[in-house]
Design a protein around this ligand. Structure first.
Ligand SMILES: *[C@@H]1O[C@H](CO)[C@@H](O)[C@H](O)[C@H]1NC(C)=O
Ligand SMILES: *[C@@H]1O[C@H](CO)[C@@H](O)[C@H](O)[C@H]1NC(C)=O
Length: 221
């Protein structure tokens, strides 16, 4: 049941901005955003999900390979044109050509200027929108607990209050452009060393918890 509710919620977020379901990713550029109320979005999401096959739901929740960092396939029967998920926290990334490298999170945070936090996010959101990206995979809001963490620049520093304010304005500025923001990474990604576990095929899942990758971010070693 919890899984169903989460799926419905995510689908409702898509309907909230009136973009992905009726507009092709490539023609998404510069369309005016018409936002909906939560009630309208939830009701559209319920009706949409009720018409999906199990396979379509599985594909939608697991994603498929495609031209974006993350992809959801289209369902033409329902006029759903698919979704494109793209990094990154300081502009459209993942090798997308002709995109702007905006000042990184750590720099904008150093201004302590909410107006600038917001303006930067609006500009980033406009570019995501202009390139037909539906979900931006940011803001990155991990607290910089380890100075050696190679991704500290993506986030907003070591101060939780400053980080929170930045994340708030980032989400607001981006979503005002009709692009869904993705706050990350809530837990267990505060440094990259041993980020991914490596196990051979015949190792059982329970062995994995002993790997350093599981532990490196948890302060238990
Ligand atoms: C689900 O995804 C697989 C793998 O990409 C694809 O072959 C299949 O056609 C998809 N099914 C539907 C119903 O879209
Ligand atoms: C899909 O779009 C066409 C053309 O706009 C429309 O006639 C049809 O009712 C739509 N189908 C669904 C399931 O929304």
């Amino acid at each position: 049941m919890v899984g169903n509710d989460v799926f419905l919620f995510i689908t409702a977020v898509c309907f909230l901005f009136n973009f992905s379901i009726i507009v092709n990713a490539n023609s998404n550029a510069y369309r005016q955003v018409q936002s909906r109320t939560w009630d309208q979005a939830i009701s559209m999401a319920k009706s949409f999900v009720a018409q999906l096959t199990l396979e379509e739901k599985c594909n939608m929740t697991s994603g498929v390979k495609g031209s974006c960092a993350g992809n959801v396939l289209s369902v033409s029967r329902l006029n759903f044109t698919g979704l494109c998920f793209q990094d990154a926290p300081s502009g459209v990334g993942d090798g997308v050509q002709r995109s702007t490298a905006f000042p990184p999170g750590i720099q904008i945070a150093a201004t302590w200027d909410r107006d600038l936090f917001f303006k930067r996010a609006v500009a980033i959101g406009e570019e995501f929108r202009g390139k037909g990206v539906h979900f931006a995979l940011g803001p990155m809001m991990n607290i910089d607990r380890n100075a050696r963490h190679g991704r500290n620049w993506e986030g907003f520093g070591a101060d939780p209050y400053l980080s929170g304010e930045n994340a708030f304005y980032y989400v607001q500025g981006l979503q005002d452009q009709g692009v869904v923001a993705t706050a990350k990474h809530y837990i267990c990604n505060e440094q990259e060393t041993h980020r991914s576990p490596v196990a051979s095929r015949n190792q059982v899942r329970t062995d994995m918890i002993n790997y350093v990758a599981y532990s490196a971010n948890l302060d238990d070693k």
